[in-house]
Design a protein around this ligand. Structure first.
Ligand code: NAG
Ligand code: NAG
Ligand code: NAG
Ligand code: NAG
Ligand code: NAG
Ligand code: NAG
Ligand code: NAG
Ligand code: NAG
Length: 397
């Protein structure tokens, strides 16, 4: 092979090397855009360098057909943060799960050119969170309404699996007035969602919030004070936005107001603990605590965020099967919003059996539980829910 001079050889090596770099860059750009691992079918048999020793197919996590929800279910994520957290918690969100959102915005009381953050016309402080939320949604509606289909609010210590959020939302119609999160039964009759677990509004819900709620003090609290999530709940109810069930078909939650260990090892379940007293649907524990398609956890500190990212997007058991989930998730048990809220048993218990879809009025005594919206006329409530049912029949067939 005399024709292959040293110079030509170098040239060929350079070209091959260059192509590799371009290929790798393409891969990482795709990853950056989709947040998904690109499936790579590397058939070692066809690669002469590696020879005949192995014939392995590397089949990672998701195939591209399922991963293409990025452009179909566009999610804007806005993070409720404050100047003290810009360089710590907010930065961790930006460097981990936040980059997988279609649009990522940090809402603060101060502008930060590095993060960057949006300076909202609010003061700082815990009792100003409702004001921040009002202003944040208004800013988003005015500037980004066409850039996303769904609008997620999360705290700077919420961790979100954005792919699972897209998967979960994919069968819903964003032109309907809907919102989703971890449901509580107190304060608001139809339930409201934990602020820390994060909640997501459809485009129609966002429109109502800004165009019908923002200036209407009768529907939505007009000043900046109040508990953010509860005020949001009242407002959404007044605007006829449905508080949907986000559990999977087996009744396991997807949005969580604590870190996974708190839900996995739930401890004693009694009505005396505010959480058990407020949770809307029956909780589950242990391996059944949380959906395989879980979406969010709260109280996740910055270091944990990087660890979650490592476990979810980098570490892989060798030979792991590709994703087996159906391309559309099974509907939740309470899609029709007809389930009665769950109440913690009076006796201390550490195990909860799944009965969420099967609670009847005989199991609970609503009139004996304080701080809970009363279901005064079951027939009427059921009739009201039937209207929702009819809306949703179309979605799931
Ligand atoms: C979504 O809802 C809107 C408003 O109700 C309706 O006009 C539209 O046809 C729905 N889209 C689908 C795909 O069902
Ligand atoms: C909500 O629904 C009720 C009853 O259907 C209706 O009277 C009210 O005008 C609706 N409110 C909004 C803001 O759509
Ligand atoms: C919702 O209600 C419809 C009609 O009442 C029923 O056929 C369907 O099974 C219900 N779906 C769920 C998930 O409860
Ligand atoms: C409720 O659950 C019990 C046992 O778990 C089952 O036998 C029964 O058929 C269920 N009832 C309904 C209405 O789903
Ligand atoms: C519920 O409790 C009230 C008193 O707290 C009682 O009068 C009522 O009979 C109870 N209802 C049922 C169905 O047990
Ligand atoms: C209502 O709850 C109170 C406090 O938990 C309890 O003492 C009382 O026996 C309950 N009444 C009924 C009817 O269950
Ligand atoms: C419950 O509502 C239905 C339908 O609106 C009505 O016919 C019935 O009288 C009501 N029952 C009570 C006890 O208020
Ligand atoms: C049913 O809906 C009507 C009007 O939308 C409302 O006035 C009534 O309070 C609702 N009833 C229940 C039990 O939710």
């Amino acid at each position: 092979m005399r024709w292959l001079s040293r110079r030509n050889g170098t040239l060929i090596i350079s070209i091959v090397f260059g192509c590799c770099i371009i290929f790798l860059m393409n891969q990482s750009i795709h990853q950056l855009l989709t947040g998904n691992t690109v499936v790579t079918h590397v058939d070692y048999e066809t690669s002469s360098k590696i020879g005949k020793a192995h014939s392995n197919r590397v089949n990672i996590v998701q195939d591209e057909e399922k991963a293409d929800l990025y452009g179909k279910v566009r999610v804007l994520c806005w993070i409720l943060t404050s100047p003290d957290n810009h360089k710590t918690k907010a930065l961790a969100v930006k460097e981990t799960w936040g980059k997988r959102c279609n649009v990522l915005l940090f809402m603060s009381s101060d502008a930060d050119p590095v993060l960057p953050s949006v300076k909202l016309p609010v003061r700082e402080g815990r009792n100003q969170l409702w004001g921040k939320t009002r202003e944040a949604f208004r800013h988003i509606w005015n500037h980004y309404r066409d850039e996303a289909d769904w609008f997620l609010k999360a705290d700077d210590d919420t961790y979100v699996v954005v792919e699972n959020l897209r998967y979960f939302l994919s069968p819903y119609n964003t032109s309907k007035a809907l919102w989703f999160g971890h449901k509580y039964k107190a304060i608001v009759k139809s339930g409201y969602f934990s602020g820390g677990a994060g909640y997501v509004l459809s485009k129609e819900a966002t429109r109502r919030f800004v165009e019908e709620g923002y200036f209407n003090a009768l529907a939505c609290r007009h000043d900046h004070e109040g508990a953010e999530d509860a005020e949001m709940g009242k407002c959404m109810q007044n605007l006829n936005v449905s508080a949907m069930d986000t559990r999977d078909s087996r009744g396991r939650g997807r949005f969580f107001p604590f870190v996974p260990e708190q839900h996995y090892f739930a401890g004693k379940i009694t009505p005396s603990y505010w959480y058990w007293n407020n949770i809307y649907y029956a909780p589950t524990q242990g391996r059944e605590c949380c959906s395989d398609s879980a979406i969010s956890f709260h109280y996740v500190n910055p270091q944990q965020m990087y660890i979650y990212d490592y476990f979810l997007y980098q570490l892989r058991p060798f030979g792991m099967q590709a994703d087996q989930r159906p391309s559309t998730p099974e509907p939740p048990p309470d899609l029709n919003l007809t389930a009665f809220p769950w109440f913690a048993p009076k006796e201390e218990t550490t195990t909860i059996t799944l009965s969420a879809t099967n609670t009847t009025m005989a199991d609970i005594n609503v009139s004996n539980v304080s701080d809970v919206p009363s279901v005064s006329n079951v027939t009427e409530a059921t009739d009201n829910k039937t209207k929702v049912v009819n809306k949703w029949k179309a979605v799931f067939g």
